[in-house]
Structures are given as structure tokens and as C-alpha cells.
Design a protein around this ligand. Structure first.
Ligand SMILES: Nc1ncnc2c1ncn2[C@@H]1O[C@H](COP(=O)(O)OP(=O)(O)OP(=O)(O)O)[C@@H](O)[C@H]1O
Ligand SMILES: [Mg+2]
Length: 161
């Protein structure tokens, strides 16, 4: 399932619809894509939409930020700095927050590929320079039937906009 965001505002709209589709059930979302492509930007907008009032910052140095949303707790990981040292220090939390009904966002999920739950949604964000420096291509993939339902709802919201 692919969408083009022409600019940051479009990314914000996508994140808003995604938030609406997952806010009640929760979601384990893995975000992939190059440095500076917009993983945190997508997360920030998503978290705003689900009622995280406080400022959302990139967890690239702290590895994990926790927030309280309107409905569900939120865990925002960034695995980038664990590329070399490995995931051992954070693995208990990653596993814990994939079981409960929560919203878990994992940037640089490729560095934890073998440790991540099988039931999840993956989103790959790519630069799309053909359409300008702020354009991005978002490719979503659901793993597991519940996640397929959430993505179908998301698609419907985007297409009805
Ligand atoms: N369409 C777009 N979607 C998202 N971000 C965009 C877009 N156009 C421009 N930007 C800019 O790109 C930057 C994205 O930075 P962001 O921190 O979200 O990237 P990241 O993928 O999380 O990087 P990192 O790998 O360092 O964690 C921001 O400065 C944002 O304003
Ligand atoms: Mg980031």
C-alpha cells in the first residue's frame, strides 16, 4: 500500500489518518528509511493526534521515550544507536511492549529485525526527489490479519479524504 506525500503537510495528513485507524486497538509500527527521511516527523504527528500533549522528541539518544495518549500508553523507540552494541539492553522492553494493547513505534527497526514481533505494521519511507526535495513515498505493509484490518481502515480514510 503506497502513498506519496508531496511535503510535510501531506505526511502530517497521512499520520493523522493512520492515528485514527489504530488509536483504539493499538499497533506495533516499525519505521524504516534513510537518515532524515521523516520517521520522527511521522511519529510526532501521529502522537499529537492521539492526544500526547507534551513535546515529542526524537528518541535517537535515549533509545526509548514513553508518553501517555488519550486511550493507550505510547512507547517510541529508536534503535539506531544500538546498531553496533546490539539490542540486549532494550530487548525486555521491546518484547513487553509488543504484547500489550499499546502503541509502539520503532524507528530504525531494521537494526532489530530478528527480535521484533511478527504481528506488526511496517512502513518504509523513501525520498522521492523526482517530485521535489520534500516529497516522500510511504509504503505500508501489514503482518497478521488484525493489522490488515487496521491498514484497510487507514486506506479507506486516506482515499475518502
Ligand atoms: N514530506 C515530508 N515528510 C517528512 N519530513 C519532511 C518532509 N518534507 C520535509 N521534511 C523534513 O525532513 C526532516 C525529517 O526529519 P526526521 O527527524 O523526521 O527524520 P528521521 O527519519 O526521523 O531521521 P533519523 O534517521 O535521524 O531519525 C524534517 O526536517 C522535516 O521537516
Ligand atoms: Mg528519527
Amino acid at each position: 500500500m503506497e502513498f506519496i506525500a508531496k511535503n510535510l503537510e501531506d505526511t502530517a495528513i497521512l499520520a493523522d489518518f493512520f492515528a485514527s485507524a489504530i488509536k483504539d486497538e493499538g499497533c506495533f509500527l516499525c519505521l524504516y528509511g534513510d537518515i532524515g527521511v521523516g520517521k520522527t516527523a511521522f511519529c510526532k504527528e501521529l502522537l499529537k493526534k492521539i492526544g500526547v500533549g507534551q513535546k515529542v522528541t526524537s528518541p535517537s539518544f535515549v533509545i526509548l521515550n514513553e508518553y501517555k495518549g488519550n486511550h493507550l500508553p505510547v512507547f517510541h523507540f529508536d534503535l539506531y544507536r544500538l546498531e553496533e552494541t546490539g539490542l540486549d539492553s532494550i530487548l525486555p522492553e521491546l518484547i513487553e511492549y509488543s504484547k500489550e494493547k499499546v502503541i509502539t513505534l520503532v524507528e530504525w527497526a531494521n537494526f532489530g529485525e530478528y527480535e521484533l514481533p511478527l504481528d506488526r505494521i511496517d512502513v518504509n519511507i523513501e525520498y522521492n526527489f523526482d517530485l521535489g526535495e520534500n516529497s516522500r513515498k510511504f509504503s505500508f505493509k501489514a503482518r497478521g490479519s488484525e493489522n490488515e484490518t487496521k491498514l484497510a481502515k487507514f486506506k479507506e480514510l486516506v482515499e475518502c479524504r
